[in-house]
Structures are given as C-alpha cells and as structure tokens.
Design a protein around this ligand. Structure first.
Ligand code: PLP
Length: 389
C-alpha cells in the first residue's frame, strides 16, 4: 500500500536540492565559518549565500536575516528580546488567542516576569482585525505579535493592516510567519513588519534551522549569548548543513510559489468540497478563502478526532488532529475553542495538510477512504446513535 503524507504543516520531507546542500556542507564545506583559513572562508561563503537566499524569499535585506535553531527560537527571541529591550518604555504586549505555543507560552513566561499580555479574541474563522489591535493599544504597549497564518486552521491574518496600525502608533510588530513563508507571498520590504519568524522544516528543508528577520534599526536584546556569530546577536557555531539546505529550499520554493499555490489551492478545494458533500454534518474550520493553499481542517460531528486518525493511519493516510504539539494530550485545540466551536466539535477536528508531493490521485484516494471510515466510526458511536433518536 502506498502511504499518503498529509501532515505537511507538522513538517515536510526535505527536497533533494536541500538534502544535497546539507550533504555538501557536512562532507566538503565542513569548516567553521568563524575560522580564518580556507575551510572557514568556504563555510562563511556558503553561510552568506544561504542568508541571501532566505532574505530574497521574504523581500528582506541580507543583513536583516539572523539564523536560529528554528521557529520556536525565533519566536522566543523576538518576544523576549523586544520585551527586555523596551521594558523601560512599557510592559504591555498584544497578541492573539490562536498563536502557536512558541508565542503563547513565551507570553506566559513574560507575564511571570511582570509583563502584561492582552490575548485578542478571534472571529468564527480565526481572524483578528487591525481595529481590534488598535483598540487594544495603550501608552505602555511595546510589542504586538500576530501570526501570518495559523498552523491548525490555515487562516491568514491581515498582517499588513495590523503592521500599519502598529507603525502609526510607533509600536514594534512581530509576526510568526512559520506557516506562511514559502507558501504565500510575503514582502517585508513593502510591509510594515519589524520582526518575522520563519523555519526551514516547514518548507522542505531539515529541522533545526530557522531565522528571525530584524528590520534595520530595530534593537532587541540577545537570547543566546556567547561568540560573535550573526554579528554578535546570536551566538553559537552555525548549523551550516541545515542552513545551507534552508537557503536552497528557499530559492527553489520562491521560483515555484505561484504555480504551486494555484495547484495546491485547486487540490485543497477539491478535498474540502468532496469531504463536505460526502460526509453529512461536516464543517470546514478556518476561513473558506483567506487560508493557506495546502490546509484543510474539518470537524466531523459525532466522531473523535483521535479515532479518525488511527483509522486513517491504518489505511496508510497520515493526518493530524489540530497541532502536532498538542496531540497526545486530550485537550481540544485552543485555536478551535477560541473560534467558538463547542468542545464536542473541537474534539472531532481533522487537519489534512498538502505539500509539493501531494498528487490528485492521493486526494481521490482520501475522498474514497475517509467517508467510508467516518461512516463506520459513526455506526459505532453512541453519540451519533443518540442524535438519531
Ligand atoms: C512549526 C511552527 C513553529 C515552531 O517552529 P519549529 O522550527 O518547529 O521550532 C512556530 N510557529 C508556527 C506557526 C509553526 O507552525
């Protein structure tokens, strides 16, 4: 049986161009980029090439890209670094209820240090508005952090408008763009964004490399202290294999983005409409159009998400219920609850995330298997039975 991978929001398969770059960095360009000899100079050159490639993907200048060990570190650095640099000015931060835990748990940690955080509610689609952000601003607000695209339901947030509000009020704006980078067009040169987090393994590079974009002139405190790497702002010998791979993956996905987005959007919409029409009492979670090209998230009433996942896994289909970080716990997703879904429906949610290797044949197979599985599980469900009486 051919397995079908529909969990690209959790992580992606490394693309061949990226794997090749990583292998070369491990076996040939293996010097330390801080060394002065030829080996070191070659490593430095590869590092700077990757920096230019990542910068080009988001419209940044090369000097505005700082490599990190991934999206979580970039989020932690942006929030803690900005909070600690600006605490003399104020101690209030604005974010949303639907952020990734890398942002939410960092906010919780900052609250313990005495910062005050406003968690903006979202509408039924998981969206916040620029007006909401503007109303939440106070004289002591130092930072706003709103994600570009939600990792569970795929909803795109209006970050250009939110950034404009922040700019007008002279407040720093950070966006966790880990799900968006490489998948939707982003241009920090044209958008009022001060800090942006990205992560390579969400766009076909290896795990363990990401970056924080820091706009020229923005000062935040360091998170990792040590050597003078990354112009003294992020210490630690650079993870060149993963970084070089991320650079290649960035260059590849930038070249393909338009065509690939159109392809994935078509497959996504085929999967959504197929599931909604074939499985009664199923709803789409997240915005119908303002969503990531590869994201499908549905709630199938009367069925536990976990039961669905197990049955799909046995059929060779890899999916997710909410985010990978919360699966394993039985708590319903904080994102779906914030969107106002009742507990029993939030429990029955299923996320299918498409990627560059997803084919139409795979979508067809899911459209055959999933309704069958749902019907079988419902036949065994006491909840479903009760609702029929
Ligand atoms: C995956 C993800 C992260 C964390 O990135 P890592 O590189 O896995 O640490 C942060 N935010 C969002 C929205 C994500 O999807």
């Amino acid at each position: 049986m051919e397995r079908i991978y529909l969990d690209n929001a959790a992580t992606t398969r490394v693309r061949p161009e990226a794997a090749e770059a990583a292998l070369r960095a491990m076996t040939e360009i293996y010097g330390n980029a801080s060394s002065v000899h030829a080996f070191g100079r070659e490593a430095k050159k590869a590092l700077e090439k990757a920096r230019a490639q990542v910068a080009a993907l988001i419209g940044a200048k090369k000097e505005e890209i700082y490599f990190t060990a991934g999206g979580s570190e970039a989020d932690n650095w942006a929030l803690k670094g900005a909070a600690h640099a600006l605490c003399g000015k104020g101690r209030h931060i604005v974010t949303t209820a639907v952020e990734h835990h890398a942002v939410l748990h960092t906010c919780k940690a900052l609250e313990k240090e005495g910062f005050e955080v406003t968690y903006l509610p979202v509408d039924e689609y998981g969206r916040v508005t620029a007006e909401q952000v503007e109303k939440a601003l106070r004289p002591d607000t130092i930072l706003v952090s709103v994600m570009a695209a939600n990792n569970e339901v795929g909803t795109l947030e209006p970050i250009a408008e939110i950034g404009a509000v922040c700019r007008a009020h002279n407040v720093l704006f950070h966006t966790d763009a880990v799900q968006a980078v490489g998948h939707v067009a982003l241009d920090v040169g044209a958008m009022p964004i001060d800090l942006l987090s990205l992560s390579g393994h969400k766009f076909y590079a290896p795990k363990g490399a990401g970056a924080l974009y820091i706009r020229t002139g923005v000062r935040i405190q360091n998170l990792i202290e040590g050597g003078a790497q990354e112009r003294g702002r992020r210490a630690g010998t650079e993870n060149l294999p993963a970084i070089a791979a991320m650079g290649e993956a960035a260059a590849c996905i930038a070249a393909e983005m338009e065509e690939e987005n159109a392809r994935l959007t078509r497959l996504r919409d085929k999967l959504i409409s197929g599931l909604l029409s074939r499985i009664p009492e199923t709803r789409l979670n997240g915005h119908p159009t303002q969503r990531l090209p590869g994201n499908v998230n549905v709630s199938i009433r009367y069925i536990e998400g976990e039961a669905l996942l197990l049955s799909l896994d046995m059929a060779g289909i890899a999916a997710s219920s909410g985010s990978a970080c919360t699966s394993g716990s039985l708590d319903p997703s904080h994102v779906l609850l914030a969107m106002g879904l009742p507990h029993e429906i939030a429990h029955g949610s299923l996320r299918l995330t498409l990627g560059r290797e997803t084919t139409e044949e795979e979508i067809d197979r899911v459209l055959e298997e999933l309704p069958r599985i749902a019907q079988r599980l419902r036949a065994m469900s006491p909840l479903y039975d009760d609702s029929r009486r």
